[in-house]
Design a protein around this ligand. Structure first.
Ligand SMILES: [Zn+2]
Length: 163
């Protein structure tokens, strides 16, 4: 079967590789052994993602369980996972959308209370996360909120791991 490059339109090959999923808006999400349409002409790589909703849920769950404080990009991902505007999400958090926007842009620290509240809200309102909510919230004491470390999240078909 022939494939076409999504960028330059030349013929491309399907291959299996680890793919840094920058389209997520996160810098550290790697899809392990995923099919990629790779172009030998322009170098473009297009991942073949069969279950986008499952993938997004995996990433959201990895973030709410992350053992360190959330970064701005991670908060933005979680807000979008809920399908909420900045204004709507800020209202849930009893903050204003300017502050939320500064959190998302890493201009000011979120603070541990808001970080944990964001996780609790996402656990309860996020698609497919509700049944994990109790287990995740009970692990909150293990989160190191003093450290906003960007953790690499590796996603396989049915599981994620921190690396
Ligand atoms: Zn190309």
């Amino acid at each position: 079967m022939a494939y076409r490059c999504g960028n330059c339109g030349q013929s491309a090959k399907k291959t299996s590789t680890n793919y840094l999923f920058r389209e997520s808006g996160l810098r550290n999400v790697v899809l392990k052994n995923i099919e990629v349409i790779k172009c030998g002409h322009c170098g473009n790589e297009d991942p073949v993602i069969h279950k986008m909703a499952d993938l997004m849920r995996q990433i959201a769950q990895a973030l709410v369980e992350k053992p360190y404080a959330l970064t701005g990009e991670e908060i933005r991902f979680l807000r979008k996972y809920l399908g909420m505007s900045g204004g709507a999400f800020a209202r849930l958090l009893h903050t204003d959308k300017t502050v939320l926007s500064r959190w998302e842009n890493n201009q000011i620290d979120v603070g541990s209370k808001s970080d944990l509240l964001i996780r609790a809200i996402v656990c309860n309102l996020g698609n497919g996360l509700k049944q994990e909510a109790e287990r995740i919230v009970r692990k909150f004491p293990e989160i190191d909120e003093s450290d906003q470390k960007a953790v690499r999240i590796e996603i396989n078909d049915s599981a994620f791991a921190y690396a």
